[in-house]
Ligand binder design. Structure first.
Ligand SMILES: C[S@@+](CC[C@H](N)C(=O)[O-])C[C@H]1O[C@@H](n2cnc3c(N)ncnc32)[C@H](O)[C@@H]1O
Length: 342
């Protein structure tokens, strides 16, 4: 295929994608993928009496989801999940992509109508739709507990989807006590502690978010606070920033890296995990979406910085042996540094 034919094909898909995205999210909310997982080959008529949807509206929805390839109609007129729908959307478990879609539908994409305005203004103008005075979405969501729940369920699902390769890294085997900065509900710390039975961890999070996921080890504890305003808790021999630094500006990131350096003993390690746009900043659809979302809504700054930026900031804060492990799923990278031993 000629390279421009591919661009044209992608163009045609992407201009229809907002509608198709919503069709797929609606199908998850109506539990169509979940239903077809247990009852593959169900006909439109049976789906209609099961869902209670008007026949015509169900027909329109099924056509849209079939057009994405996520559902397929069999020769007998029944509907089945594709292998991808079965893997990503057919369950309600914590790691279901369905929770991510609902979070993007409820929080991310309504804000994108403001993109031109926000980029011209140089600030996250879509935040005006949220009550409160904080300058980030994380602070404002404290006033809307239900939406905050949806948002964090989406974040946890994405974390679970992108965590296995991180948890398997041998660099964590030598960590005794981990400080998980902006650690959300502790999902990452829990999974690391599960993998490394000697490890303990402290999750440093905003007070309103500071609720640990339930049914987990007591080797993970909470330290509610603001990572900029409050001192980093001491006693850790490693600091993890997972999906956190990209929210902020280069100046703020440098401040956080210096705080990490000061909190660590000699030989202590720092880990930066998250999205990395390609080195030449011309590729990465996950990175592009995330960077735009930060600038239109979440913080008004930040982006999925290239790995080289993190390496420079770590070196600037005094860390050495700085290196990046690349090739994680979803355009993720892990940049590691060590505080001088002497
Ligand atoms: C994208 S989430 C990442 C959560 C988790 N580390 C993960 O990888 O799933 C960013 C987290 O940073 C937290 N955060 C943002 N600003 C903060 C601040 N000033 N102090 C403490 N936590 C903050 C948010 O509440 C949110 O849970």
């Amino acid at each position: 295929m000629h390279p421009d034919d591919l661009v044209r094909e992608r163009f045609h898909f992407l201009v229809n994608a907002p509608a198709l995205f919503n069709a797929v999210t609606t199908a998850f909310e109506l539990r169509l993928f979940q239903r077809l997982s247990g009852h593959p080959g169900t006909t439109a008529e049976d789906l209609r009496s099961w869902s209670g949807l008007p026949a015509h509206q169900l027909r329109v929805l099924l056509q849209a989801v079939c057009a994405t390839g996520l559902l397929r109609r069999t020769e007998d007129g029944g509907y089945v999940n594709s292998a991808t729908a079965q893997e990503l959307l057919a369950s309600d478990e914590d790691d279901s992509w369905g929770h991510i879609l609902v979070g993007w539908k409820e929080v991310y994409y309504p804000a994108f109508a403001q993109l031109t305005t926000a980029l011209k203004a140089g600030t996250n103008t879509a935040l005006d739709a949220y009550p409160g005075t904080g300058t980030t979405l994380y602070q404002r969501l404290a006033h809307q507990p239900q939406l905050e729940e949806v948002f964090h369920r989406a974040m946890t699902a994405f974390t679970l989807r992108s965590l296995d390769a991180l948890v398997a890294r041998p660099e964590f085997a030598s960590v005794g006590h981990l400080l998980d900065v902006g650690g959300g509900d502790g999902t990452t710390s829990f999974r690391l502690a599960e993998r490394h039975p000697e490890m303990t961890a402290t999750v440093f999070e905003l007070p309103t978010v500071s609720r640990l996921a339930s049914n987990h080890t007591d080797r993970v504890t909470l330290h509610p606070g603001d990572i900029f305003e409050d001192a980093f808790p001491t006693g850790a021999d490693a600091v993890l920033f997972s999906h956190v630094l990209e929210i902020f500006s280069p100046e703020q990131i440098s401040r956080l890296m210096r705080k990490a350096y000061d909190a660590l003993p000699p030989g202590g390690k720092v880990f930066v995990y998250g999205y990395n746009v390609s080195d030449d900043e011309t590729d990465g659809v996950f990175s592009a979406r995330l960077s735009l979302y930060f600038n239109v809504l979440a913080s008004g700054q930040g982006m999925a910085y290239p790995a080289a930026d993190y390496e420079n900031w770590l070196t600037g804060a005094g860390f050495d042996r700085v290196t990046t492990i690349r090739g994680f799923p979803y355009e993720h990278g892990l940049t590691v540094g060590e505080k001088h031993s002497s």
